[in-house]
Design a protein around this ligand. Sequence first.
Ligand code: NAG
Ligand code: NAG
Ligand code: NAG
Ligand code: NAG
Ligand code: NAG
Length: 683
Amino acid sequence: PRTSPGSTRSASGLVNLEAHDNHLYHETQGLSEKHLVVRRGKPFKFTLMFDNQWHPYTESLVLEVRLGIESIFHFSDEQLSTRDWTAKINPGNMHSESVTIHLCSPVLSPVGVYDLLLHIETAQYRRSYAVGVFVLLCNPWLIHDPVYMSDNDHIQEYIKSDYGVIFMGTNLNICQRPWSFGQYEPGVLEACLKLLQVSPQHFHDKFGDYTHRGDPVYISRVVCAMVNCQDDLGILQGKWQGSCEDGVRPTEWSGSADILQRWVSSNFSPVRYGQCWVFASVLCTVMRVLGIPSRVVTVFNAAHDCNSNGKIEEYYSSTGEKLNMSRDSIWNFHVWVECWMRRPDLSEEFDGWQVVDPTPQEKSAGTYRCGPCSVAAVQHRVLGNAFDTPFICASVDADVERLIVRSGAVVSRKVNKEVVGQLIYTKSIGSDSPENLTQTYKSKKGKRRSLETDRKCREEVGEAGSQTGNFLEVSLKLDGEPIMGESIRVSVTVTNQTSNPRVLMEYLNAQIKEYNSHAQESFWKTQKEVHLNPHDGKEAFLKLQHTIPPSEYESAVAGDDIVNLSVVMEDVGTEERVLDSQEFNLTSPEINIEIEGRDSIQMRSEHTVQVSFTNKFTKALRGAVLTVEGSGLLKGKHEPGEKIEKQVSIMASSPGTKLLMAKFSHSNSPNAVSRTFHKVTVT
Ligand SMILES: *[C@@H]1O[C@H](CO)[C@@H](O)[C@H](O)[C@H]1NC(C)=O
Ligand SMILES: *[C@@H]1O[C@H](CO)[C@@H](O)[C@H](O)[C@H]1NC(C)=O
Ligand SMILES: *[C@@H]1O[C@H](CO)[C@@H](O)[C@H](O)[C@H]1NC(C)=O
Ligand SMILES: *[C@@H]1O[C@H](CO)[C@@H](O)[C@H](O)[C@H]1NC(C)=O
Ligand SMILES: CC(=O)N[C@H]1CO[C@H](CO)[C@@H](O)[C@@H]1O
């Protein structure tokens, strides 16, 4: 049947997109149930089954691929000269009723959802058919793709794996939590593609956006800005302080799929709430889906240098309380992403891992985003390199200046070059243990620079006029592991070697260490006068013991909080001051999750899970609530009940790694929430 040119008919029944074979061949199994998903620069096949629609002797076949509204590529199988897209028809197959076509995109093709059209034409007429839709992704298996990775184990970890481990806490108290990236959960691929379609770049210039989308540097810049909701229809809203009642607490998320699905189903309104590891993990998901190898990286003691002087100023009172006088801060830990790509915009030495940081901290060219910034450029301090290299360098290498202020004047100043960027971790390939990336960021050159700063600062201490003699030494230690709901016991030891007796003031205070290290009010303080007497001309030694009962911290300290307890010893006569501090968290009792059988379950079959909590408290618990959640395993929250043990039933409808989360709280100390994550592999 003839139609006028321009009208397109559906080709369903006419075409087999060979999804199963193509997905296997393109390493895209499980990414979508709806779409054919293939990788660029590699041929995929489809079969056309004609029922008299095509007369091979009189009519020619023309294929067309379209990205969005623009018809960018156009070719015919008879003119294989087309510069970029190529197609081959199995020879000898030309005259049969079923024709298998192999279609190959250029290696730098834009990522996106393409329409595939078939035109059957002669000089006089043309009939057009919509053959179908396919999704084109980057191809890290292909040497000419800028995201090429030579080692298949690396690709397994950084592209295909949907399971991650995020390191958190402090460098002295590292904890880790699992994360489900969720590439294989329903709607995730579609959400990632949608993200590109609703970006400001796309709204402003569709054609420009499509043409740049072949470039992973461009893609990471667009995705980075879209993960936070500042400036655009981005995915996540951040929250670092205050109540999260109108959303989900950042610590409660266990994976990216839930977040991406909520964002799409709310018509792109921001999902509440994220913090750095949530922003980073969602970015990591999107990049892995789009075919750009990515990993989540934790920097312990990451500096946020607001005034761009390469220095972080921290102000303390003379009794050791941290004051809120500088906008600069040090995050106990900060999480960003490294994405793997070549940098043709720079030079070869900057190829490889690139920092992309979606947590909204500072603007980059007018938008909240950061990177991609070559890790090699950070190591070699090539500050002029695009993008945001000075900011990332400061994050891992700024000097910290601690100033003690009394009546408005700085009485002591101390520079520490070691604190920032002390430890940089990512998950190891194929295991949950950390891989230490510190030296990939730190350079010897950087140390030389710091030495100069050191000399300068010693002079400054002199100027400040505090002539301290370092005759006192103080150390603070916890007696035993602190447990939520029980008293915290600490001992302070003072030693000194001087022939004179001394009168000292001991100031102790406990502050919650905010994750971005902004000061919080002390929730507990004490001070007292102590006398230090020499012992037969030998060292004087004094041990002071303190107890913080639960009633004094329970309303202030939550389960995830890190407490910084500090002591300042001041010599009343000489005004000499020494400080020691210790960070710790309060251990919450454990929850146990056991899945009937094994942790590896079959899709669409039901499994029983036993969740239990063992009460190790000395007191009886009131108002105990055990909640179970699991994206992709359980629909919504499992009704909480006042039980310390419960059984739930799980069933997975998509493959991949899922996490079950169980949460336990009780009204004895409402802030003491225990949480456990349990990994479930679905095949
Ligand atoms: C709390 O401390 C314990 C050990 O003292 C550690 O195992 C755990 O990971 C810590 N949790 C957090 C959130 O820092
Ligand atoms: C804890 O606080 C004290 C003073 O308030 C500060 O000097 C110290 O660096 C903090 N400790 C850590 C490990 O951050
Ligand atoms: C991590 O690597 C750095 C630099 O190579 C090294 O100084 C540090 O001791 C390492 N730390 C750990 C915990 O492995
Ligand atoms: C400290 O300052 C930061 C920003 O400068 C602010 O967000 C925070 O609320 C302040 N904290 C206190 C305890 O005043
Ligand atoms: C144990 C200790 O560090 N004691 C100090 C007391 O003061 C003398 C100076 O008089 C120092 O040398 C000691 O180190």
